[in-house]
Design a protein around this ligand. Sequence first.
Ligand code: 13P
Length: 337
Amino acid sequence: MNNSNLENIAKLMVAPSKGILAADESTGTIKKRLDSIGVDSNEKNRRTYREMLFTAPEIEKYISAVILFDETLRQDSSSGKKFTKILEEKNIIPGIKVDKGTWPCPGFNEYPITQGLDLLKQRCDEYYELGAKFTKWRAVIKIINSFTPNEVIEANALALALYASTAQESGLVPIVEPEVLMDGNHEIDTCQKVTETTLRIVFDKLNQFNVNLNAIVLKPNMIVPGSDSDQDINYSEVADKTLYILSACVPKSVPGVAFLSGGQTEIQATENLNYMNQSTNLPWEVTFSYGRALQQTALNKWGGKDSNILNSQKAFIHRAKMNSLAHEGKYISDLET
Ligand code: 13P
């Protein structure tokens, strides 16, 4: 795969009025989601749930790409067709999570570090053969008592850079996801400080390892207070602080920023994205790559029952459409009713 192909794929992933569905919950995480609606997490139920999302009518109007987990990338749908094929027939780009989750960081055991560099090149080469066009690696940066050691950020950023370089060498566009977690009681300024340090170090490392920045998608957190903080913040403050930090740290050559939702409510995630896109002259596309903020209502409405599939798909498409409007700065809350 040459550079211009990779750059084209990255641009398509963040195309105007579209965004990315994160449906790459690991086996442990999808079990938590299905447990929450009283559904057993077996292969058949996971397939039914994901098939319901991917076959939702008009998904292709709002969703450019879907991040899959290993099981789903290899899986046939109920019709016997591979999920990758179902997505490609709708011009939706299939991608794959390649990290192996988190582990206590050596020397700083309270803080996580993401694993998965062992045999990463072989995994990426195989995923390319299986039809993936892009990959995702999530680095998790935890704030404890309003503090994260630089060493932990450095180690996570080094892994992200080695991953991104490996993915591009295998012909895959890397989604680079440094997530500063919402967990904790810190205030918004702490999130801002840690996110700024993280993004600066991540881009230093990406440059050191010769990552082509025209062929990545950055997936950061928004700048928000910790989930246990009682600080009251409105969406303009989140959006202004987030854009301020992105402008300081993210080179203009990056084609797109696709946010994670990270524990925000569905509506908050849409409002914040919308407000950012009301700014003029953003140098990158600014869009969504949400998991929970696209799926939560749909998951609840499904509840594991075939008779609820249509209603669940409607709820999923509604969120996809609201976020598609937010990518254009054209969302209005009246559309929620
Ligand atoms: P959330 O939007 O639920 O944070 O998930 C996005 C994601 O892909 C996390 O890695």
